[in-house]
Design a protein around this ligand. Structure first.
Ligand code: C2O
Ligand code: CU
Length: 479
């Protein structure tokens, strides 16, 4: 299993059309400049078989962008493909123009610069004093294509990569040996793909009526069911479900996970987990301890999907292997990370009930053979919600579509899950999320604050076939 390449900044700055916003916490003099050419390439996903992919820098998955808090990044995406593109930094707190709005397209042969401030949200109290929002700073984002109507195809062909952030708190946890760092910090994107006899990727979502396109081969960091050599240490894995439509439930054939992050954020405290259920776009960051592991350990999927509609209710007894860890048996085990279950990571500051100024309800359902929210298909010209900057709202997300499951993603800000079907969420889901699992007939109540940026952003189902067939809305943050 390869580790995705890390993208290096340009040696010198370039003249850019985007603007780094003037915000507290942003050090413009520390801006880093990056260039990413989006192009076709050939790679081997299946051993010995050439497959054409579309890649950021020609790579599948794309190169990892690593940034520090307060140091802006300007990334120029150059479209060398013959399709339209737009780039969304998922989980990122960035302005509307930098957010990759689905109709803000980069035409073939053109480029676009995206300005990422890499800050936590800017919030002030009633007398204008800046509040500490350290608790909302993100760790593990991912960037991917978001072009209107063709996101599913573009991501399926390879357009996704990691965007990792760090700040003093997280660096401190690594430098004091609480969390594993360096070579023991491994991003891992899991996807499913279907191949034609000639090795090409097959993407025909219309054949499944846009229920969601599934593959029959699991691909991790761009390789089919790979091996990964590990030492007798603890590793941090940043696991991303990067599939278009497939939900997964992960387990180890031996041992448990210690979960440290959920979606973009480190958790309030570490939580032991036997299995991890991830819908498309969700992330789980975990520590796996290989100190006493046998020579082989498998990361497996135990959730079955027979079509793109929804996962099966019964879990598989015999898991499908995703990654085979090969554990070095020669060296002495070393405890390279002291983190224990329950130990504090990034303390969560809750959004309080008394901050809520408005409740909105969104029903995810079907209309005229396509996907809809509150009976409407996506229309970039229509505002589906106009929250006021600096306020917090309660959003009720309702799955009214019967037999389908929908992972719901809201841009710009994290969501604090209050209730799932009237009950409190599981501990690991009760802090911040950016993608919410809505199984058939589920209802989630979330709190969300609108900070820092005005303007238009989207929220949508992250089953990319549902998104492309219009299950997307727009909110417009007003002054
Ligand atoms: Cu990961 Cu709107 O997307
Ligand atoms: Cu959906």
């Amino acid at each position: 299993m390869p580790r995705p390449a890390v993208l290096q900044p340009e040696a010198s700055s370039f003249v850019t059309e985007c603007e780094i916003p003037d915000l507290p916490g942003v050090d413009k003099s520390a801006t880093k400049f990056y260039k990413v050419t989006v192009s076709k390439n050939t790679t081997q996903i299946l051993p010995g078989v050439d497959t054409e992919i579309w890649g950021y820098e020609g790579l599948y998955p794309g190169p990892t962008i690593k940034v520090k808090r307060g140091e802006p990044a300007i990334v120029r995406f150059i479209n060398d493909l013959s399709v339209e593109l737009t780039v969304h930094n998922h989980g990122g707190h960035q302005s509307s123009v930098a957010d990759g709005f689905p109709s803000d397209l980069i035409l073939p042969g053109q480029f676009k610069d995206y300005c990422y401030p890499n800050i936590s949200p800017v919030e002030r109290d009633s007398s204008g004093v800046l509040l500490n929002t350290d608790s909302d700073f993100t760790s593990t984002q991912w960037y991917h294509d978001h072009a209107v109507d063709i996101t599913g195809q573009n991501v399926y062909m390879g357009l996704a990569g990691f965007y990792l952030l760090s700040d003093d708190l997280e660096d401190g946890l690594i430098n004091t040996g609480v969390l594993p760092g360096g070579e023991f910090d491994v991003p891992m994107v899991i996807q499913d793909r279907r191949f034609a006899a000639d090795g090409s990727l097959v993407y025909r979502p219309e054949e499944d009526n846009f229920d969601g396109w599934l593959g029959d081969v699991f691909v991790v960091n761009g390789k089919a069911q790979p091996k990964f050599h590990v030492r007798r240490r603890k590793y941090r894995f940043r696991i991303l479900n990067g599939a278009n439509a497939r939900w997964m439930e992960l387990r180890l054939n031996r041992g448990r996970f210690l979960q440290i992050g959920n979606d973009s954020w480190l958790l309030d405290h570490a939580i032991a987990r036997d299995t991890l259920r991830l819908s498309p776009a969700e992330r789980a960051e975990v520590i796996i301890d290989f100190r006493d592991a046998p020579a082989e350990v498998f990361l497996e999927n135990i959730l079955e999907m027979k079509d793109g509609r929804r996962p099966e209710d019964d879990l598989l007894k015999k898991g499908v292997p995703l990654v085979k860890f090969i554990v070095d048996q020669q060296e002495e085990p070393v405890d390279n990370a002291t983190l224990q279950e329950g130990q504090t990571l990034r303390p969560h500051t809750p959004i309080r009930e008394d901050e809520i100024v408005k409740t909105r309800t969104f029903k995810f359902d079907r209309r005229k053979g396509a996907w809809a929210i509150n009976g409407e298909h996506f229309d970039p010209g229509r505002d589906d919600a106009t929250p006021k900057l600096g306020t917090a709202e309660r959003w009720i997300l309702k799955n009214s579509s019967g037999g389908w499951a929908h992972p719901i993603h809201i841009h710009l800000e994290g969501q604090q899950v209050q209730k799932i079907n009237g009950s409190p969420p599981l501990p690991q889901d009760s802090f911040k999320k950016d993608t919410i699992q809505l199984g058939p007939n589920d209802e989630a109540e979330v709190f969300i604050k609108f900070r820092t940026f005005e303007g238009r952003f989207v929220f949508h189902c992250h089953n990319l076939e549902h998104e492309d067939s219009f299950m997307m809305g727009k909110f417009n943050v007003k002054p």
